[in-house]
Design a protein around this ligand. Sequence first.
Ligand SMILES: C[S@@+](CC[C@H](N)C(=O)[O-])C[C@H]1O[C@@H](n2cnc3c(N)ncnc32)[C@H](O)[C@@H]1O
Length: 262
Amino acid sequence: MDPAMAAKIKQAVVNNFEQSPDVYQAFEDEFGFFHALTTELIRPMSLPGQAKVLDVGCGSGASIGPLLRALPDGRIWGLDISPAMLEKARDKYGDEERVKLILGDAAQLTRYVDPGFDAVFYTASIFLIPDYVLSLQEAHGLLKDGGVAAATFIDGIYDQSDRNALAQAEESAQTGISFKKPVVFDELKAAVKARFTLVEMRTVDFACSMPMLKAFYSIPAQSAGLYPKLDYQTRLDMINRIFSLMPEEGLVFRWHILAGLK
Ligand SMILES: C[S@@+](CC[C@H](N)C(=O)[O-])C[C@H]1O[C@@H](n2cnc3c(N)ncnc32)[C@H](O)[C@@H]1O
């Protein structure tokens, strides 16, 4: 992607997350979704107990908890571009000896940390990083031989007939959802394959309730992904409208998991 365009998208992402920490944390406290997502990411991996892990886009730290639990003697470096999100992570993990928190950009990882990582995880973040190709290159440089780079990637909400529920509802509601995303999954997959040996690619359908999905898309940053040009209150109104048109039961929240070996 053209660097000027990447910088513009990145600035919008930062602005959106600067407005998000409280709502994000309230969502996570109620539903524990990002904890579950990171747990799913690392579930099949056999990392050494003393692993050194870089959590790219650690946000408020929801992904750090499961990493600490899975790696009792491991050390976690959490990096995020949003000062407000990172502040929340500091509230939780600032005093934890095994955690180091860094304010920084995923495209310049080697500026902040030295090589020697067992894993670089993009925990619900890579789909927000327009220059992910650069970031993967940086991650590759930081990993030990045999180290793993892995990511969770949001797809969307699907109904019982496996139709995209947001797209279905938007057909009748016409609220102006933007389906354009900064990162296209197939292009990301190709970029991982170009630099790593692809060792895992799976889709996970999380069973979820309507209140959970609505709360997720009501996080300022998530709602801005759907309606980038609207103010927050108008976005919430649109979200209420669109979700009122979706089936109450049988929806799944679909994510993809990708992992590459150095
Ligand atoms: C959906 S949140 C995920 C946070 C956390 N990993 C979790 O599982 O709850 C995405 C995070 O990625 C961060 N992010 C987005 N673009 C980034 C970039 N270029 N460099 C570093 N962090 C970035 C955002 O600031 C945000 O905190």
